[in-house]
Design a protein around this ligand. Sequence first.
Ligand code: ADP
Ligand code: CO
Length: 361
Amino acid sequence: MKIVTCVAPINMAVIKYCKCPWLIFYILTRCEIFFHCFLGGKRDDDLILPINDSLSASLNTHVMCAKTTIMSSPNLKENKFWLNGKEQTFNSPRLNSCLKAIKDRCDQSLPHLNWSISICSENNFPTAAGLASSAAGYACLVYALAKLYGIEGEISDIARQGSGSACRSIYGGWVQWHKGSSPLGLDSIAQQLFPANHWPEMRILILVVNDTRKKYSSTIAMKRSVDTSTLIHHRANRVVPERIQTLSRAIAEKDFATFAEIAMKDSNQLHAICLDTFPPCVYMNDVSHAIVSVVHAFNEYKNDIKAAYTCDAGSNVCIYLLESEVQDLVSWINYVFPKSADITQQEYYRGLPLEQRNMDK
Ligand code: ADP
Ligand code: CO
């Protein structure tokens, strides 16, 4: 019997990722189409290839993370998967493409290659609520599978096949996901730009506006955006390449104001794309917009850019800021959004040990 346990953090994108519909890559070149067909790829294969590079920071490992244990034994009759204590179908295409990609890459003479496996994973924060559980979850799963089957080297391209942004959670610190150009996605991989200790004063506040399951899955919404939004293509071709360069330089030089301006503009552009999608996807709600206004007011008050909001496909808002500003900003947030007398679900979670929580309610 073999058992491995891994932990992986969520990551928070500063330059967001947008997914490519498979067809755009399909028409690249004839020779590559042939190459793909030859390898047995089908038109509906979902390689999760982006139309632009993206850049994020991974949180410190144990703050908001997935923890996954995989057991492999000749005595197991079938593959099983539990998420947050509930059994899930093992029939998920994404789970199976990760498992297949890992098995294809490992030493084919491993004795335990054909044993069944049991996967047990738990997130210490709400699942499918726009807090990047899929990124932590699939990074953790793929890393644990790689350990189980003895794979060394690059695995971010495999994590990407579980959930696009999972490739960035494979690495710590500041991470860039290169969109790559191969239709098979072999070069669509993540790379650590700077380690976590490069900018030790950086903090991320995660303001949980809503921790229930989101209305539409990121995958479905992103496909609709790529199919119907014109802004998304302008962004991918004309905006992101320059932003990635300026942002990497700002991080290298620890230039917070430049970093923050790009972060806020990129988040706003993502949500403008959501509205440009037809029918539109609306993720931010009144509270999210109120937080955005608070951050702008805070920066105006400070006469400098001291905090940056960024909002993913959900109503929750993340704020990047330096440690020296945390206390001030938290006071502003508490003033504008006074705590209610009721215990919120978040406070409830915080008070309970991990093993007693049921995050997926
Ligand atoms: P989120 O905003 O939380 O990333 P998504 O809709 O993108 O929401 O992804 C949620 C899905 O990701 C879950 O329904 C599940 O399929 C998968 N997922 C989440 N956490 C894990 C985990 N720890 N291990 C494996 N898969 C996970
Ligand atoms: Co997700």
